[in-house]
Design a protein around this ligand. Structure first.
Ligand SMILES: O=C(O)C1=C[C@@H](OP(=O)(O)O)[C@@H](O)[C@H](O)C1
Ligand SMILES: C=C(OP(=O)(O)O)C(=O)O
Length: 425
């Protein structure tokens, strides 16, 4: 795709209502759980974007029928799990698709190759492959050890206990837990210490429960999944995407304006909704209403000192706000940000430096001295979250444009349309 440049015009105080698309994480999971069910499922308000279409297409390779229309997706699994796929299955740069689908594919029979972009080939899959091998799957790395492309030959999962190193990604555990429901006997998935991005594991377990699958926490370091579970096709309504909403919350925060985002509820399953508490700590007012949430920005943002391990995707948004908050903001404990769509610690530091913001890059975080921000051309690093977060800075400072703006299609294809409409009325 050709690189596009998007120039943002500053506005006095942003004001408006934004309908956010369906959650990417919830849509991926709903599609995959529907593929494991018996009979047809109906998924409402799903996100139709590059990554969720990659998941849908991968499932089609396995023999699942996926039919989208305006408001819903119908998913119909094949008679036997799975059909052969002679071609390699390409997953772009979608970490969620890659890690979670390795589990889903291994939960049935077949011989599959999973691959992606050069960047996806730098994003690890070793811990999930190690665990799948212990559950009886044959797997071979076709390139670098521990990374895609990977070939899986499976006859279904046995059962037993597996230990997973989940420090780099919660997705390794989510993959195993979802797949384990189809194993021949019970599977216990345990990890040492704290798993990265922990709220995504709660999301996985809660969504399984909602569609009728059992998965039980064993303390805070493990999940037990009974094997041979079967659920009938289900109907699932996808909640709005909090991560996508964060750019509009940030727009209100930065301009001292007011934005209402919907559909969202205070009991949303996504951990990124907790970013609202970060905004409150920075001085914003957050008001939940029946259909969504209203964020009102303060006259002046306050800096914060926070561990962001639970909400890695919110770090670019926070970093941009921090650039405008006079004082020092510290963002800690997010080493796993280096293996996202881009090395997000490096990318954020480089782009803030272009805007003349003093920033220290730590191995696992950032220290940002907020106050003075200048205009510049920001490079998106093929990372949708860098593009969307830095767009917000352009609402306050003239001369900001985003090169590589098309990358938003990964999670929010209409982002620029919605953003322009909001900023120019
Ligand atoms: O499971 C998910 O839906 C996700 C988990 C997180 O990844 P890690 O667990 O790899 O940090 C997050 O960054 C990603 O955008 C979506
Ligand atoms: C990290 C992300 O996604 P994924 O891991 O699925 O590529 C993201 O959306 O910010």
């Amino acid at each position: 795709m050709a690189k596009t440049v998007e120039t943002i015009q500053p506005v006095e105080r942003i004001r408006g209502r934004v309908r956010v698309p369906g959650s990417k994480s919830v849509t991926h999971r709903a599609l995959m759980l529907a593929a494991l069910a018996r009979g047809e499922s109906e998924i409402l308000d799903a996100l139709r974007a590059e990554d969720t279409e990659l998941t849908a297409r991968a499932l089609e390779h396995l023999g699942v029928t996926v039919a989208w229309d305006d408001r819903r997706v119908l998913v119909h699994p094949p008679a036997s799990r799975w059909e052969p796929s002679p071609e390699a299955i390409h997953l772009g740069n979608s970490g969620t698709s890659m890690r979670l689908l390795l589990g889903i594919a291994a939960a049935g029979k077949g011989d599959f190759v999973f691959d992606g972009t050069p960047r996806l080939r730098e994003r690890p899959v070793g811990p999930v492959i190690d665990a799948l091998r212990r559950l009886g799957v044959r797997a071979a790395y076709l390139g670098r050890e521990g990374y895609p492309p990977v070939q899986l030959q499976s006859d279904g999962l046995t059962g037993g206990s597996v230990w997973v190193d989940a420090r780099e990604s919660s997705q390794f555990v989510s993959a195993l837990v979802m797949a384990a429901s189809a194993a021949r006997s019970d599977v216990e998935v345990c990890w040492e210490g704290k798993a990265a991005s922990l709220p995504y594991l709660h999301l996985t377990v809660e969504m399984m429960r909602r569609v009728g699958l059992r998965a039980d926490w064993i303390g805070s370091n493990g999940i037990m999944v009974p094997g041979r579970q079967e659920v009938r096709g289900f109907r699932y309504r996808v909640e709005g995407d909090c991560s996508s909403a964060s750019y509009f919350w940030a727009a209100a925060a930065l301009t001292g304006g007011e934005v209402f985002t919907y559909p969202l509820t205070a009991d949303a399953l996504q951990g990124d909704c907790r970013f609202l508490a970060v905004l409150e700590a920075m001085g914003c007012t957050v008001v939940w209403e029946e259909e969504g949430v209203r964020v009102v920005g303060p006259e002046r943002l306050r800096p914060v000192d926070l561990g962001m391990n639970d909400m890695p995707d919110m770090v670019p948004t926070l970093a941009v706000l921090a650039a405008f908050a006079p004082g020092t903001t510290r963002i800690r404990n997010v080493a796993h940000l280096r293996i996202k769509e881009s090395d997000r610690i490096r990318a954020v530091a480089e782009e803030l430096a272009k805007l003349a913001v003093p920033v220290d890059e730590l191995p696992d975080g950032l220290v940002i001295s907020g106050g003075g921000v200048k205009g510049a051309v920001v490079e998106a690093h093929d990372d949708h979250r860098i593009a969307m977060a830095f767009a917000v800075a352009g609402l306050k400072v003239p001369g900001i444009s985003i090169a590589g703006a098309e990358t938003v299609s990964k999670s929010f294809p209409k982002f620029w349309e919605v953003f322009r409409k909001l900023s120019h009325g």
